[in-house]
Design a binder for this molecule. Structure first.
Ligand code: FAD
Ligand code: NDP
Length: 451
C-alpha cells in the first residue's frame, strides 16, 4: 500500500478522533489522523479539563472561609490569576504530549494541518493528497455567536481560560452547561457575575426541581442570575464594556462571555461538495452506524450534534471501530447518558427528568430529599443538597437519578451502572448505605412525594 494511502483517515484529533485512531490501529489497520489545532481537541484544550481545573480552583475560596467553623484561622487568601493560568497551561501541554505519544505508540500517522475532503476516498492537507478507504469526520464544534450589535466585543469559552486580566465584573449570556459552569467558576474565583438567560429557567431539559434548586443555590452564592433577560447591544464604555438589555437596563462589565451553544465544525471541510448531507445547522447527518450519505464517509462526536459530551464521543468511536473492523454489535445507549454540570454546587444526573418520565411511563413515583450536608453543620455555609429518584410505578425500575450537591458527578457515576443493570427501587432499598455520606440518601429514601 503506498505511504499516502490509509484504511481509515480521521479528521480531528479530539476526544472521538483519537479514540477511533488508536482502536483502529489496534485492529492492525493503517490509520492517519489530521489535526489543525492542539492534540486532544476541545475537551483537553478549552473544555472539560481546563474547566474542571478552574472549577477546583474556584472551590478553594469557600473552603478557606468554611474552615473557620472547624477551628482554622488564616488571613484572607487572594487569587493569583497568572499562576492559575500558567499551571493550567503546563498541565495541558503535558496532556498534548501524552496524546502525541499515545498516537505514536499505536502506530497512527499524525498529519498536522487543516484537512479537506476532496473525494469520497481522498483527503487533502496542505496541498498533499491522501487516499483513504474510509474517512471519519471528528471535527467537533465551535461556539455559536448570536448576531448582537457589539457582539464582537464579547468572548466565548475558547478565550475565557487565558484572559490577560482577571475579569472583576463578568456578564455571562446563556443558561446551558457552559454559562452556568462559568458563572459559578468566576463567582468562586472572586468576580462579580451577572448571568443573563433568555428563558424561564436555566438548564432547559434537566429535571425541573434540579433547575430551580440550582438557580437558588447559585443566587445564594452571589451569582446575579436573571431570567427573561435579552441583550440588546454591547458597547465600549469607560475602559470596559456596557451591556444594554432589552428592558433598557445597563450593566458595566470587564468581559462578556457568550455561552449560547456550539455549532458543528463542518465549514470549509468539502463535505457537501462530495455529496455528504448536512443538517440545517451544519451537522453531518449519519445513520445508526455513523455512516453519512456517502458510504465511505463516517462521522462521530460533536460534529453529528447528538450529545455533545466527551464520553459519548468516545463511546461512538468504540462502537464505530468495532463495527468497521471488529465484530460489531454494540450500540451507544443515548437514553442512559450520565452527565454532570460543574456548577457550585454541582449537578449529577442520569435518565429521565420527572416530566419526561411521566410522558414516557405514565404513572411514576418520585422520591425527593433536600438536606444540609454534614460539612455545612459547622462550616457556616447555607448550601443545601437535593437528591431525587424517579421510579416507573409499573416495573419499579428507577428511571431517573438526579442530584445537586458536592461531588454530584462522582456519586451519580456509580448509580449509572445500577441504572444500566436495570435496578429497581426495591434493589435501591435493600442496598446498605455508607455512613455518613451524602450518597447514602439515595438508598434510604422510602416515602414518595405525594401526588
Ligand atoms: P473535539 O474534541 O472538538 O475535536 C475536534 C478536533 O478536530 C479539534 O481538535 C479540531 O482542531 C479538529 N479539527 C476541526 N476541523 C479540522 C480540520 N478541517 N482539519 C483538521 N483538524 C480539524 N464534555 C464532557 O463530557 N464533560 C465536560 O466537563 C465538558 N466540559 C466542556 C467545557 C467546555 C467549555 C466545552 C466547550 C465543552 C465541554 N465538553 C464537556 C464537551 C466536550 O469537550 C466535547 O463533547 C468533546 O470534546 C467532543 O469531542 P469531538 O472529538 O467530537 O470533538
Ligand atoms: P447549551 O446548548 O447547553 O446551552 C446554550 C444556552 O444558550 C441555552 O441556555 C440557550 O437557551 C442559550 N441560547 C441559545 N441561543 C441563544 C441566543 N441566540 N440568545 C441567547 N441565548 C441563547 O450550550 P453550551 O454552549 O452551554 O454548551 C455546549 C455543549 O457542550 C453542551 O450542550 C454540552 O453538551 C457540552 N458541555 C458539557 C459540559 C459538561 O459535561 N459538564 C460542560 C460544558 C459544555 P435556551 O435554553 O432557551 O435554548
Amino acid at each position: 500500500m503506498p505511504s499516502n494511502s490509509f484504511d481509515l483517515f480521521i479528521i480531528g484529533a479530539g476526544s472521538g478522533g483519537v479514540r477511533a485512531a488508536r482502536l483502529a490501529a489496534q485492529h492492525g489497520r493503517r490509520v492517519a489522523v489530521a489535526e489543525s489545532g492542539a492534540l486532544g481537541g476541545t475537551c483537553v484544550n478549552v473544555g472539560c479539563i481546563p474547566k474542571k481545573l478552574y472549577s477546583i480552583a474556584a472551590h478553594y475560596a469557600e473552603s478557606f472561609e468554611e474552615a473557620h467553623g472547624f477551628g482554622w484561622s488564616a488571613s484572607s487568601p487572594t487569587l493569583d490569576w497568572a499562576t492559575l493560568k500558567r499551571n493550567r497551561a503546563v498541565e495541558i501541554a503535558r496532556l498534548n504530549d501524552v496524546y502525541e505519544k499515545l498516537l505514536g505508540n499505536a502506530g497512527v500517522t499524525l498529519i498536522e494541518g487543516r484537512a479537506e475532503v476532496v473525494a469520497a476516498d481522498a483527503v487533502e492537507v496542505d496541498g498533499v493528497r491522501y487516499r483513504a478507504e474510509r474517512i471519519l469526520v471528528a471535527t467537533g464544534g465551535w461556539p455559536a455567536r448570536p448576531d448582537v450589535p457589539g457582539g464582537e466585543l464579547a468572548i466565548s469559552s475558547n478565550e475565557v481560560f487565558d484572559l490577560p486580566d482577571f475579569p472583576r465584573r463578568l456578564v455571562v449570556v446563556g443558561g446551558g452547561y457552559i454559562a452556568c459552569e462559568f458563572a459559578s467558576i468566576f463567582r468562586g474565583l472572586g468576580a462579580a457575575v451577572t448571568q443573563l438567560y433568555r428563558g424561564v429557567q436555566v438548564l432547559r431539559g434537566f429535571d425541573d426541581d434540579v433547575r430551580a434548586f440550582l438557580a437558588d443555590e447559585m443566587r445564594k452564592k452571589g451569582v446575579d442570575l436573571r431570567t427573561h433577560a435579552h441583550v440588546e447591544r454591547i458597547d465600549r464604555a469607560g475602559g470596559g464594556l456596557r451591556v444594554v438589555l432589552r428592558d433598557g437596563s445597563e450593566l458595566a462589565a470587564d468581559q462578556v462571555l457568550y455561552a449560547t451553544g456550539r455549532n458543528p465544525n463542518t465549514a470549509g471541510l468539502g463535505l457537501a461538495e462530495v455529496g455528504v448531507t448536512l443538517t440545517e445547522n451544519g451537522a453531518v447527518a449519519v445513520d445508526e452506524g455513523y455512516r453519512s450519505s456517502v458510504p465511505s464517509i463516517f462521522a462521530i462526536g460533536d460534529v453529528i450534534d447528538r450529545v455533545q459530551l466527551t464520553p459519548v464521543a468516545l463511546a461512538e468511536a468504540m462502537v464505530l471501530v468495532e463495527q468497521l473492523f471488529g465484530d460489531g454489535g454494540r450500540k451507544v445507549d443515548y437514553g442512559l447518558v450520565p452527565t454532570a454540570v460543574f456548577t457550585n454546587p454541582s449537578i449529577g444526573t442520569i435518565g429521565c427528568s420527572e416530566a419526561h418520565a411521566r410522558e414516557r411511563h405514565g404513572a411514576v413515583r418520585v422520591y425527593r430529599s433536600e438536606f444540609r450536608p454534614l460539612r455545612h453543620t459547622l462550616s457556616g455555609s447555607s448550601e443545601r443538597t437535593l437528591m431525587k429518584l424517579v421510579v416507573d410505578d409499573a416495573s419499579d425500575r428507577v428511571v431517573g437519578v438526579h442530584m445537586v450537591g458536592a461531588e454530584a458527578g462522582e456519586i451519580v457515576q456509580g448509580f449509572a451502572v445500577a441504572m444500566m443493570a436495570g435496578a429497581t427501587k426495591a434493589m435501591f432499598d435493600t442496598t446498605v448505605g455508607i455512613h455518613p455520606t451524602a450518597a447514602e440518601e439515595f438508598v434510604t429514601m422510602r416515602t414518595p412525594v405525594p401526588e
